[in-house]
Design a binder for this molecule. Structure first.
Ligand SMILES: Cc1cc2nc3c(=O)[nH]c(=O)nc-3n(C[C@H](O)[C@H](O)[C@H](O)COP(=O)(O)OP(=O)(O)OC[C@H]3O[C@@H](n4cnc5c(N)ncnc54)[C@H](O)[C@@H]3O)c2cc1C
Length: 410
């Protein structure tokens, strides 16, 4: 087993998934998380089959499936609830590439946390990550493969610390401090929309199909994340930084007159269940997902509009790829520089393509203004066979983990 050390900046989904991938092949892992506790905000998430393939490779998929709900069909409606497209075409058809695992983000995070901290007594803390909360990463010296190790500075309260690492993973999200140190020209940009989200008690109107409704400049989607809970989001184009005195009243007003399942979900929402985030992304990408001894993962590398539903799944893909293309070979003595270059080549073109697709989906869907454009888009969708949409999604959800070098795990 290797005695190499990785420091992971950020303990969100990308950070914890990467920690698990590194632990599985014998690395020592330190995760630095700014928040005082590990956790996630209270919303749901839909993980597509590529994300589940990644979680499978990490050994976490069963726990996530058990904590959530399997969704086997999906569709789009207009704002009045009339179907535009249903996938698959016939309810009896099996179309595994459509399947989603819908889960509360806190349960996904908890499953990854359990895997990063397995409940076993292991010598010398091997197999368990060292998780430090309240630890804000403030800077990084990237080091060089084959040369100086990387150095991460972080703060806990008034105390300043420095830790050296063979590998640093920047998983510190959209506003990544590590990325800013390496690529100061890359800045998140407002995506033109904001999103209300809530997890509510079951209202009986939402089945095991993921349904999204499109209206002028808006999308409303809902899916069941457990036997008793439903997750919904209301995504609307809006000027950056808009605020409302009463967020719930504003959300209800924005979706007034939409389909009964939409207004029903809003009516069943309590003010303390509602969250709202303005949506930012990295529309121009990042010049590299690797620099010195640092690899970028998750939103730090490729924050994208949520319209593709790929943020979490691509973060998990990154983690598995770091495990397979960097941690495993480098732990066996391979060159870190070549491994990092392989990671960049495997991930950057794919994630750029998915991020661009998310922008295209937004233009055609949630961001589309009212009037004739809605009519034209809706008419087009009504005559588009579901199969065409399913096939076009395969290049994204058909991802499989890169093969592990013979005889090694994740
Ligand atoms: C409205 C909305 C809806 C979405 N819906 C979906 C969906 O349905 N499906 C989907 O797949 N994706 C969705 N996404 C995208 C998804 O949420 C993100 O892509 C995913 O959470 C990224 O995970 P991450 O770990 O890279 O980043 P984050 O979740 O942002 O985690 C970063 C972590 O780093 C920590 N951190 C930050 N800075 C520092 C620092 N300096 N030092 C130490 N720690 C630090 C943070 O506290 C945080 O814990 C959605 C996004 C939005 C905005």
């Amino acid at each position: 087993m290797s005695k190499l050390t990785a420091v992971v900046a950020g303990g969100g989904i990308a950070g914890l998934a990467t920690a698990v991938a590194l632990l599985r092949v014998g690395w020592r892992v330190v995760v630095l998380e700014r928040a005082p506790e590990f956790g996630e905000v209270g919303a749901g998430v839909a993980i597509t089959v590529n994300g589940m393939a990644g979680l499978d490779a990490l050994g976490v998929a069963d726990a996530v499936r058990a904590a959530g709900r399997r969704i086997r069909s999906a569709g789009f409606q207009d704002s009045g609830g009339r179907w535009l497209v249903r996938m698959p075409d016939l309810p009896a058809e099996r179309e595994p590439t459509l399947w989603l695992s819908a889960v509360h983000r806190q349960r996904l995070h908890a499953a990854l946390l359990d895997a990063a901290l397995p409940d076993v007594a292991l010598p010398d803390a091997a197999g368990r990550a060292r998780l430090i909360t309240g630890a804000t990463v403030t800077g990084v010296e990237p080091g060089e493969p084959g040369g100086p190790r990387a150095r991460v500075s972080y703060r806990t309260g008034p105390d300043v610390h420095v830790v050296d690492a063979d590998l640093v993973v920047a998983a510190d999200g959209l506003r990544s401090t590590v990325r800013a140190a390496l690529f100061p020209g890359v800045r998140p940009r407002y995506g033109g929309a904001t999103s209300w989200r809530a997890v509510i008690e079951d209202i009986g109107r939402i089945g095991d199909t993921f349904v999204a409704a499109w209206g002028p400049g808006a999308e409303f989607g809902a899916l069941r994340i457990s036997a008793t809970q439903v997750y919904w989001y209301g995504y609307v184009t809006q000027a950056e930084g808009t605020s409302f005195d009463d967020e719930l009243a504003a959300a209800r007003a924005r979706f007034a007159g939409w389909a009964p399942w939409v207004t029903g979900a809003l009516a069943a929402t309590m003010p303390d269940q509602l969250i709202r985030h303005d949506v930012f992304h990295l529309p121009d990408g990042v010049p590299g997902y690797a620099h010195g001894r640092v690899a970028l993962a998750g939103d730090a590398a490729h924050a994208m509009l949520p319209t593709s539903g790929q943020g979490v799944s691509t973060a998990v893909e990154d983690a598995v790829t770091i495990g397979r293309l960097i941690a495993t070979p480098v732990g066996g003595g391979a060159d870190l520089g070549a491994a990092l270059a392989g990671y960049d080549a495997a991930r950057r073109p794919r994630c750029r393509r998915i991020a661009r697709q998310a922008v295209t989906i937004a233009r055609f869907g949630a961001h589309l203004p009212g009037g004739w454009r809605q009519t034209l888009r809706n008419d087009l969708l009504r005559v588009t066979p579901a199969r065409v949409m399913i096939t076009s999604g395969r290049s994204v959800v058909g991802w499989a983990p890169p093969p592990a070098p013979a005889g090694r795990g994740a």
